[in-house]
Write a protein that binds this ligand. Structure first.
Ligand code: PEP
Length: 287
């Protein structure tokens, strides 16, 4: 820098727009690849990071199906693959589990703390926090799910519940390691706000409520020491997102995309969702 001159002003880069599909316990190795390719070829929209999260046994089929240029958007973005869960330990006597190092070459993203795993596998925030650390240690990008139950929202406790989840899941995470992976243009940490009562029910949150929660999550991230008050961490909305419903969420500047469950198994729905996400990505790129 020339002495006496102010440093050049570098505006913060806009947060990336991410659409992730959680296929839950659907598809088989025989049909997952074809579905992934169909979705990939129909969602070639510039500026949108697309992630498909099939069951573990379908990861290789999906990886292979999206490996060629037919799914690539004009800006070069391809379809990325995520796992739906990960064990916190790298190896050991843990029957039926899958560890982060086992996912090398199969997935570059992982979902942690999905409410169906909290409900069905009794996952606690403490365990989920260890999964987030394990994922990062093995260069997997985490989509951390948080969200309140219906009774908690009705009791006016939604913000408090999600604040506690974020603190308990990320309290041991070094914020410096969970920012943007600048070289790859991908975040190491993405948070999906998924009100439990909206998942698989056909009932969505209000866009304004999701945005209020995203602001609150960023305030919690800031309190945990994330740079710029968590401003760089993408926050997705999840809960009965469809092509018809996505616009309300992406109209909110605090929301950076969606974690899509049921609708992510339908190519038409994904085409509509990613097309709308592309408008947000283009608008952000233009600012
Ligand atoms: C999900 O699985 O994370 C989800 C939000 O599901 P759905 O879109 O079906 O509500």
């Amino acid at each position: 820098m020339i002495p006496g001159m102010a440093p050049a002003f570098r505006p913060a880069a806009p947060r990336p727009v991410v659409i992730a599909g959680n296929w839950k316990m659907h598809t088989t190795p025989a049909d997952a690849g074809e579905l992934a390719r169909t979705i990939g070829t129909r969602t070639r929209v510039p500026g949108v990071i697309r992630v498909l999260c099939p069951p573990f046994v379908c990861l290789a089929a999906v990886r292979d199906a999206v490996a060629d240029d037919s799914v690539r958007a004009p800006d070069g973005l391809g379809v990325e693959v995520g796992a739906q869960d990960v064990h916190p330990e790298p190896a050991g006597a843990f029957t039926g589990w899958t560890s982060a190092p086992m996912l090398a070459g199969l997935a570059s993203w992982v979902i942690a703390g999905h409410s169906e795993r909290r409900r069905d596998a009794g996952e606690t925030d403490e365990l989920i926090g260890r999964k987030v650390l394990a994922a990062r240690a093995h260069d997997l990008r985490t989509i951390l799910c948080v969200g309140e139950q219906l009774e908690e929202r009705e009791a006016g406790r939604a913000l408090e519940v999600v604040d506690r989840q974020v603190r308990d899941c990320l309290g041991d995470a070094d914020p410096a390691r969970f920012g943007m992976d600048e070289g790859a243009g991908r975040p190491w940490l993405t948070i999906a706000y998924e009100p439990v009562w909206a998942i698989g029910t056909g009932r969505t949150a209000r866009g304004s409520d999701a945005a209020e929660m995203a602001d609150a999550i960023r305030a919690t991230l800031g309190a945990l020491g994330f740079p710029n008050g968590g401003a760089g961490v993408p926050i997705l909305y999840g809960g009965s997102v469809t092509a018809a419903a996505i616009a309300e969420f992406l109209a909110e500047p605090a929301i950076d995309g969606a974690l899509v469950g049921g609708a992510s198994l339908k190519a038409d729905e994904m085409a509509g969702i990613v097309a709308r996400a592309g408008l947000t990505a283009a608008a952000r790129a233009a600012t």
